[in-house]
Design a protein around this ligand. Structure first.
Ligand code: GLU
Length: 494
């Protein structure tokens, strides 16, 4: 067994998603742990697409899997797009191989063709609803003579694995320790379907063996199928990889994390403005911890420190508040230049109207210091900055008129501000602050009232990024036109 301080470059691990939609954060957590284990050991991380259940396949999913892994920085060494020594890496392109291995199991008496109709199977299930020992099939075809003419001429069949009818299958899981299961509870399960596609049970074992996988790291939901898998390995006489089953991910209400708790796919979190590293760090703590207290890790730290020994058996809790906190933290850690790049690529996708063509990086670089401390996610930025990119923002007259003032006070203030703005020599935030505060003091109004009018007139917001820095970025011409617009709006008859 591998320990955290010894490297094992012979490690070959795989992430084997099914293309049934956008990768769920639970799958992404599996990908992260598997990747960390590979990189920690200087081993190989393999991507394999498990698309044998054609009914659950969703178009575009494979691209979304690539996209998710790439966004998270989880690079793979072999895979459907890269190829590798054991290609192809998509199961639907390996059907002959599975058929051939199913045939071998039939020849050695470990599997058999089953000709039972779906109606019969349904009837069996209906009749056995209350029977606790019933495992889904009564083994009617198990003892048929497969070489007889009647059997070999029939085309419509599935292949079932002949499970031992009794006994115990025991094994060691790297996370859960020694486990044992009663064979009687497994039943004779299907390994090859009537359409010629294998089931997951057969396909992943053939692939893990052929691809020389050393460790299988996957979610707990597969744990109860392990006895089936062990029996298949034994039937072939193949050595098994080590197994590690990761704990489930629950919502804070202790139920399995699902759509009703909010976003569940990694790409949804990207849409919602989370940084990839925040999600990476957050997911790496769902079931693993270094010392029970350290929470913030760089990718390099995680690669160095990760070990399966420190993965817990108990369910992990997906606490969105913690993710929000982490994201705010990592946003603040970014340099202005890095945050600018993140915002530009986010806005390019979600707010293309900000740039109408080519993003103006220099302008965003100036805006970023004004807003960075207010962001928990990248989404939070757009409402704060729209006015920098669009001068047709709107507001209610009532928002322009500050508390304690009336229309004509506000009109007076706008006139004074307009005069002052026209006079100022240098339009930088320090000079503007000195000039406009002095103006406010001498105007007879409160400083907050005067600045409040300027704020709403130039941004449309009651709470905006720091005023003087914003004015400098907007520039003199734009500020003048905003003040003139406010005067016009105010003088309109109600
Ligand atoms: N295709 C399976 C899934 O998406 C993989 C299970 C495994 O890793 O063995 O859950």
């Amino acid at each position: 067994m591998n320990t955290s301080d010894t490297k094992n470059p012979g490690v070959r691990v795989r992430f084997a998603p099914s293309p049934t939609g956008d990768p769920h954060v639970g799958n992404v957590r599996t990908a992260i742990f598997t990747w960390l284990f590979a990189r920690h050991n200087s081993g190989n991380f393999i991507l394999r697409i498990e698309d044998t259940d054609q009914t659950r396949k969703i178009a575009g999913s494979v691209e979304r899997i690539f996209d998710t892994l790439s966004w998270m920085g989880l690079d793979w060494d072999e895979g459907p797009d890269l190829g590798g020594p054991f290609q192809p890496y998509t199961q639907s392109e390996r059907l002959n191989l599975y058929a051939c291995y199913a045939e071998k199991l039939i020849e050695t008496g470990h599997a058999y063709k089953c000709f039972c109709s779906t109606e019969r199977l349904q009837e069996l299930r209906n009749n056995n609803r209350k029977n606790p020992d019933f495992t889904g099939y009564d083994r009617k075809c198990r003892d048929l003579d497969n070489s007889s003419e009647k059997v070999s001429n029939q085309k419509d069949f599935v292949v079932r694995f002949a499970m031992p009818k009794e006994g115990i299958t025991d094994f060691n899981d790297l996370i859960r320790g020694d486990l044992s299961f009663d064979n009687r509870l497994q039943g004779d399960f299907v390994i090859l379907k009537s359409d010629g596609f294998p089931t997951y049970h057969l396909a992943h074992i053939v692939d893990d063996y052929k691809m020389e996988i050393s460790h299988v790291i996957r979610s707990e939901e597969w744990l109860s199928s392990v006895p089936k898998h062990i029996q298949i390995y034994r039937a072939f006489g193949w050595e098994m990889p080590d197994l590690a089953h990761l704990p489930t991910i629950n919502a804070p209400d202790k139920t399995k994390l699902s759509k009703r708790h909010g976003a569940t796919s990694a790409l949804e979190f990207r849409e919602l403005g989370y940084l990839p590293h925040s999600l990476f760090n957050f997911l790496s703590l769902l079931g693993w911890s270094l010392d029970g207290s350290t929470e913030l890790f760089s990718v390099n730290d995680l690669v160095e420190k990760f070990s399966l020994e420190r993965v817990s058996k108990s369910p992990a809790i997906f606490d969105i508040e913690k993710l929000n906190w982490m994201n705010g933290h990592y946003i603040r850690q970014l340099t202005d230049n890095e945050l600018t790049d993140h915002l530009i690529s986010y806005w390019d996708e979600h707010n293309p109207e900000f740039f109408s063509g080519k993003p103006d990086k220099q302008r965003v670089l100036k805006i970023v210091p004004l807003i960075r401390d207010r962001l928990k996610t990248l989404v939070d930025a757009a409402p704060l900055v729209t006015f920098f990119f669009k001068d047709d923002f709107s507001y209610e007259v009532s928002e322009l008129i500050q508390s304690g003032l009336n229309d004509s006070d506000t009109q007076n203030i706008l006139t004074l501000v307009l005069e002052k703005i026209n006079q100022v020599n240098s339009f930088d935030s320090e000079s503007l602050e000195i000039e406009l505060r002095a103006l406010a003091k001498s105007s007879g109004y409160k400083v907050g009232q005067v600045l409040g009018v300027i704020r709403v007139a130039t941004s449309g917001l009651k709470v905006s990024p720091p005023l003087f820095g914003s004015l400098e970025i907007l520039g003199k011409d734009r500020v003048i036109s905003d003040i003139q617009k406010a005067k016009r709006i105010l003088s309109r008859p109600n």
